[in-house]
Design a protein around this ligand. Structure first.
Ligand SMILES: *Cc1c(COP(=O)(O)O)cnc(C)c1O
Length: 372
C-alpha cells in the first residue's frame, strides 16, 4: 500500500465555485487563473473541470503548450508575457495571448510579417509597482501597438494591490481612477479584477475577470470565510495515523522536544510533514481532524511526520483517517495559524502527494471514508 497521504480534488466544487464567480460578474468573461499547477490542484484536471471558463491564465509557457496539446481551445494568457524572442514563435504557433508589461518586450516583437496575429494584454501599473507601464508610458506603448500589423486584439489590464482588505478601499478606488482616467477614452476591452475585487468591487468587473483563489474554494477576503462567500473547498489533504505513543508527565515530543506533556496522554503520529507541503511553522495548537474530530497538532512538524493530541479521541488507532485541511477544516485556519496565506499552502503541496479526483459519482464514498 502506498503511503496514505492524498490530496482529494473535488471537481464539483470547482464547477460550483466557477458558478459563484459568474453570479458576481454576470456580464464579464471569466479567465480562470490556473498558474502554479492550478494553485497545486493539477493543471490539466483543473482546466477540464473548468471547461466552461471563457479563457485561462498561466505564467509558464510550457503549461500553456500542455493545455493546447490537451485540446483546450479557449484563449490562454501568459501573465508575465514572454522572456525572449524565441518564446514569441511558440506563442504564435500555439495561438497564445500574452501580457506586454515593459519596453523590452515591445522591442522583442518581430518586425517581419507573420501568419497569425498575437492577441495581447497591455499591462498598466496603476500603483502596485510590480508589473506594467506607468500610465503615460502605457499610452505611448498603446499607440505603437495599435499600428503594429502583428498585433491582434488589445486588452488593457491592471492588477490591484489591496482588494482583499476593506480598510484599503481607497487604494483600490485610486488605482481604478488612474486606470480609467488615462484609458477610459479608448473603449478597448479591459481586465482588472482578481478574486477579491470580483467579490468586493463590482465596478472593477469590466470585460474580463481573473479569478484564482476563489475557484479553489478559499476566501480571498480578510474579513470573510469561504463558507460565508458560498465557496466550497476543492482540495482536501488527508492522511492516516501511522503510530500511537503514550506519554507520561514531562515526556517531550519530536525535534527540539518542543512539546512537553503535563499529564499522561495519548498522541498519534500522522504521515504528513513539511516535505509534503505542510507548513513547518504551524505551531502547537494548529487544528487538525482525526476520525472527523477536531484536535490539535503538538510539537514541531518533521519532514515526513507530525504529531497530534488524541485526548478525547479514544477510538483513534493506527489507520484512523486524518484531515490536514479541506472539507470540514478550512485551509485558512491552518494558514493563519502558521502565519501564512492559503495561496502559499496550496502551491507548496508537494508532487509526492498523489491527487485523487473526486467526481459527482464517487464523491460520497471518497469523502465519507475520511469521516467514519
Ligand atoms: C494570480 C493572479 C490573479 C488571480 O488572483 P487571485 O487573488 O488568486 O484571484 C489575477 N491576476 C493576476 C495578474 C495574477 O497574477
Amino acid at each position: 500500500m502506498p503511503r496514505p497521504i492524498h490530496a482529494l480534488i473535488d471537481f464539483s466544487a470547482l464547477e460550483h465555485n466557477l458558478c459563484i464567480v459568474r453570479q458576481h460578474a454576470q456580464n464579464a468573461r471569466i479567465m480562470a487563473v490556473i498558474k502554479a499547477n492550478a494553485y497545486g490542484h493539477g493543471l490539466l484536471n483543473t482546466a477540464s473541470a473548468l471547461k466552461s471558463a471563457d479563457a485561462f491564465a498561466v505564467l509558464e509557457l510550457d503549461a500553456a503548450v500542455r493545455l493546447r496539446e490537451a485540446g483546450v481551445d479557449q484563449p490562454i494568457l501568459l501573465l508575465e508575457g514572454f522572456f525572449s524572442p524565441a518564446d514569441l514563435a511558440i506563442i504564435t504557433q500555439y495561438h497564445l495571448s500574452t501580457v506586454i508589461h515593459h519596453y523590452e518586450q515591445l522591442a522583442m516583437l518581430p518586425t517581419s510579417k507573420q501568419e497569425n496575429k498575437i492577441n495581447i494584454f497591455l499591462k498598466i501599473n496603476t500603483g502596485m509597482n510590480r508589473l506594467g507601464f506607468k500610465p503615460a508610458q502605457g499610452l505611448a506603448a498603446l499607440e505603437k501597438l495599435k499600428v503594429n500589423p502583428l498585433i491582434g486584439q488589445i486588452t488593457l489590464m491592471t492588477h490591484f494591490a489591496s482588494a482583499d482588505d476593506l480598510s484599503q478601499q481607497n487604494e483600490v478606488k485610486q488605482q481604478l481612477n488612474v486606470f480609467f482616467t488615462t484609458f477610459g477614452k479608448y473603449h478597448l476591452p479591459c481586465s482588472l479584477a482578481n478574486s477579491a475585487a470580483i467579490l468586493r468591487y463590482p465596478e472593477t468587473h469590466a470585460d474580463c475577470v481573473r479569478p484564482g483563489i476563489m475557484l479553489y474554494g478559499a476566501s480571498p477576503l480578510i474579513d470573510k470565510t469561504a463558507t460565508e462567500l458560498g465557496l466550497r473547498p476543492v482540495m482536501t489533504v488527508s492522511s492516516q495515523i501511522i503510530a500511537i505513543q503514550h506519554l507520561g508527565p514531562r515526556d517531550k515530543v519530536g525535534y527540539g522536544g518542543q512539546f512537553q506533556a503535563q499529564q499522561p496522554m495519548r498522541i498519534g503520529v500522522v504521515a504528513c510533514g513539511y516535505a509534503d507541503g505542510y507548513p513547518r511553522h504551524a505551531p502547537t495548537g494548529t487544528p487538525i481532524l482525526v476520525n472527523g474530530q477536531r484536535t490539535r497538532i503538538i510539537g514541531r512538524i518533521s519532514m515526513d511526520m507530525l504529531t497530534v493530541d488524541l485526548t478525547g479521541i479514544e477510538n483513534a488507532q493506527v489507520g484512523s483517517p486524518v484531515i490536514l485541511w479541506g472539507s470540514e477544516l478550512p485551509i485558512e485556519e491552518i494558514a493563519s495559524s502558521a502565519g501564512t496565506i492559503s495561496y502559499e499552502l496550496f502551491c507548496a503541496l508537494s508532487s509526492r502527494v498523489k491527487t485523487i479526483i473526486v467526481t459527482n459519482e464517487n464523491q460520497q464514498s471518497r469523502l465519507t471514508s475520511l469521516i467514519p
